[in-house]
Design a protein around this ligand. Structure first.
Ligand SMILES: [Ca+2]
Ligand SMILES: [Ca+2]
Length: 145
């Protein structure tokens, strides 16, 4: 095979989403889910059993474009590697250039997996930490009532 033929093959494979070594590399079209995200900002995700149906779910959070807040979304697992449509959980204050941290655990011991989210508070040199209580089936609230 001549060099120009090899190069054409490599270019062709790249446009199909394959590298020359055969590994796949995703394009945005391959994304199973996407959320709005400020350029050059932080992103966080965590897996967990947030809906108590034995199908693993995940939560993803990103800085909302043009806003000093991080929006969090629950993506509910179908149990076969696919996921349902994302569901907006809520937001926390976050600097547009901040990173985000997510933790999970049943912090109030009621059987539902809760969420702790933290990010740099806009205008402060400190990170705010926010506890979101799972009311069951992935409905979260800052109030534990
Ligand atoms: Ca689940
Ligand atoms: Ca709980």
């Amino acid at each position: 095979m001549k060099l120009y033929q090899k190069l054409a093959l490599i270019v062709g494979m790249s446009t199909l989403g394959y590298t020359a070594q055969g590994q796949e590399h995703a394009t945005i079209k391959d994304s199973s889910n996407s959320i709005p995200m400020e350029t050059r900002s932080g992103l966080a995700s965590i897996e967990g059993q947030f809906t108590k149906d034995n199908n693993l779910d995940y939560i993803i959070a990103a800085i909302k474009p043009g806003h000093n807040q991080a929006d969090m979304y629950l993506v509910i697992g179908n149990g076969d590697g696919t996921f349902s449509e994302k569901k907006y959980i809520g937001s926390i204050p976050a600097n547009t250039r901040s990173g985000i941290s997510l933790l999970k655990g049943d912090f109030d011991k009621d059987g539902d997996v809760d969420l702790i989210a933290a990010a740099e508070a806009p205008g402060y040199n400190q990170a705010g930490t926010y506890t979101w209580f799972n009311k069951g089936m992935g409905n979260f609230s800052l109030k534990n009532d």
